[in-house]
Design a protein around this ligand. Sequence first.
Ligand code: UDP
Ligand code: MG
Length: 139
Amino acid sequence: MPFERTFAIVKPDAVQDGHVGEIIAAIEQGGLQIRGLKRVQLTPALCKGFYHEHVGKGFYQELEDFMTEGPVVMLCLEGEGAILAWRDLMGATNPANAAEGTLRKRFGTNIGRNATHGSDKPESAAFEVGYFFNAFELG
Ligand code: UDP
Ligand code: MG
């Protein structure tokens, strides 16, 4: 498995519900290193750039309203197979389909309000990490 970086977000629902600490604990216990970490209030423009592949889809406006309703916590994670490892910790996009014990099962509400984000492939991870983190924040 490649040593790689991935990009993670604790979404506004999980921040509001006070689950940041539990999610960070799952990351550390899951063997992933935290390379970057910050709290950010997204704007519609930032959200459109980040979710560019979803702009124009039926669920996009609802996604943007959700992602900008309150602060998020974003992280750059690093480790062997980090992209898949983080997606495994999160579980399926829809919490109803997520495996027991996964973060989306534990803290998500529905397919939109699903507690966490994770990059889906190396190209997305590189784009997403670079979109939100400066090099000096990943030292
Ligand atoms: N989403 C939604 N409705 C859908 C599909 C996705 O509200 O039918 C939201 C959900 O918050 C999801 C995000 O849009 O996490 C990005 O969708 P994607 O298919 O990339 O899922 P992910 O990679 O986050 O599992
Ligand atoms: Mg995705």
